[in-house]
Design a protein around this ligand. Structure first.
Ligand code: PLP
Length: 467
């Protein structure tokens, strides 16, 4: 059974929502009957010339709401018990996730993105600091920790942001959360209302997508070009959006920086509308050419930017510690929600990070990692160029922890599946797009490449696998 489906890119509803609605309408008017098998994701994506992630997003939503059932090898079917009346073609603002790469093994996989160099983390020093915190902590280390975060860590983060990111903030404005996702949850519980429109970068980070969808936001993908988020297009598509989520320092995943005129235009829009900008500054510490750019938050005169940073990239993701800086007028509202959400992070870890920052280890560690990553990145670029030549267009951006390599031809998802089958954890660029016609390319981590020889060996392996 085929779903008649015309792409309508002029509609404000994302493509996967349009597809979702088509299925609901088809079920409601009986074109799709209970028990009918629906096309496989891959087949439908090919048929409609859509990214697989787009079709998958629509299917996940239909499955989540009970209209479809996934039966593994037997395919996906319309829920047998469903009556047509159960599926009125209501236009709900809810949508669903798309492709998500999860590699949660015990070792970094070859070329895995998003992980810092685990071999270079100073474990001995860390163990010593953690041991000292344990020995020194009195009863205060045993009670429920402050749901806003451990006070000395909040102060250390405020001081670090002032020096390194140009952000002036009081420690009361800093909230420590268990990862970026927890920062987003705290924001959505404090400021977001059901159905709020939210600009998201296209292509963009799928985890933010998931969190905002689950919070009931209506997503408005806004294209990214070589100057970062296209603010004018955001304004054209959803002038009254209440949120905009951006990665201004290194756009995720393309790596470009948001240009100064765009930064000013974004702030101007938010000031005028009273909208909120969520700045995700996840890996700004790593820049290999030119000076580090100050955070967007450093230009925020009117308190419209909610700034999120994480220790996942600069220390290690197993910590699960990130932080959020909120405008001064919002600290009470955020503190109330942090308490309601039991936003407590383990005190021992917070105290250890605080010592790491205050005793100068953090600055030393970053300095070391910057030059290590610059070397590892160059090893990988050289090796990929040597083995792939013209077939890969490597867009070496000024910073970040991964490379994006555009494909001259071919489907990135197919290539990635072949690579992943032999343990090479590259990611398909096309799957970071929600609605637009995707670019095909490979997203490649370089942080855990230990030597030029290893870079060459993995590039050779990749070229053999990809053919
Ligand atoms: C774009 C982006 N933002 C934020 C994060 C940080 O997430 P977390 O603090 O949950 O580790 C990541 C990690 O991969 C990321 O890629």
């Amino acid at each position: 059974m085929m779903i008649p489906f015309e792409l309508d890119r002029s509609q404000s509803a994302p493509i996967y929502r349009q597809l979702y609605q088509r299925f609901r309408e088809s079920i409601a008017d009986g074109r799709l009957r209970p028990g009918d098998r629906v096309p496989a994701v891959r087949a439908l994506a090919a048929e409609l010339n859509l990214a697989r992630g787009t079709v998958d997003a629509a299917y996940q939503l239909l499955i989540g709401e009970g209209y479809l059932i996934a039966r593994g090898a037997a395919g996906t079917v319309v829920t047998p018990q469903l009556t047509p009346a159960a599926a009125p073609p209501v236009r709900t603002p809810v949508t669903s996730p798309t492709y998500q790469a999860t590699h949660s093994g015990t070792q970094p996989l070859a070329l895995q993105m998003g992980l810092p160099a685990l071999d270079a983390f100073p474990r001995k020093l860390w163990t010593r600091l953690a041991g000292r915190q344990l020995r020194q902590s009195g009863l205060e280390g045993l009670v429920y920790p402050d749901s806003r975060g451990y006070a000395p860590l909040r102060a250390a983060i405020a001081a670090y942001l002032g020096i390194s990111r140009g952000i002036t903030c009081h420690p009361d404005q800093v909230f420590v959360c268990a990862g970026y996702r927890a920062c987003l949850d705290l924001i959505s519980h404090t400021l977001m209302r059901q159905g709020d429109s939210c600009w998201l970068e296209e292509p963009g980070y799928f985890m933010a997508r998931h969190a905002l969808l689950e919070a009931g936001a209506q997503l408005v993908p806004v294209p990214v070009d070589d100057q970062g988020l296209d603010v004018a297009q955001g304004i054209a598509r959803a002038p009254d959006a209440r949120f905009a989520v951006v990665t201004p320092t290194h756009q995720s995943p393309l790596g470009v920086s948001l240009s100064l005129p765009r930064r000013l235009a974004l702030l101007e829009w938010a000031n005028r509308q009273g909208s909120w900008i969520i700045e995700d500054d996840y890996d700004s510490e790593y820049r290999y050419q030119g000076k580090p750019l100050p955070a967007l938050k450093s230009l925020d005169q009117q308190g419209r930017v909610l700034y999120a940073g994480t220790f996942s990239k600069v220390l290690f993701p197993g910590l699960r510690l990130a932080y959020l800086v909120v405008p001064a007028e919002q600290t009470r509202a955020f503190a109330r929600q942090a308490d309601r959400l039991h936003n407590h992070c383990p005190q021992l870890l917070q105290a250890t990070v605080s010592a790491f920052l205050n005793e100068g280890h953090f600055a030393r560690h970053l300095k070391k990692m910057r030059s290590l990553y610059a070397r590892r990145r160059q090893w990988l670029i050289d090796a990929l160029q040597q083995h792939f030549g013209e077939r890969l267009r490597i867009n070496a951006q000024a910073g970040g922890m991964h490379l994006v390599a555009g494909l001259r031809e071919g489907n990135d998802l197919e290539l990635v599946q072949r690579a992943q089958a032999v343990g090479i954890a590259i990611e398909p660029l096309s799957q970071w797009y929600l609605e637009a016609k995707p670019h095909h390319g490979l997203v490649i981590g370089f942080t855990n490449i230990a030597s030029a020889e290893q870079a060459s060996a993995v590039a050779l392996r990749l070229v053999q696998v990809l053919g």
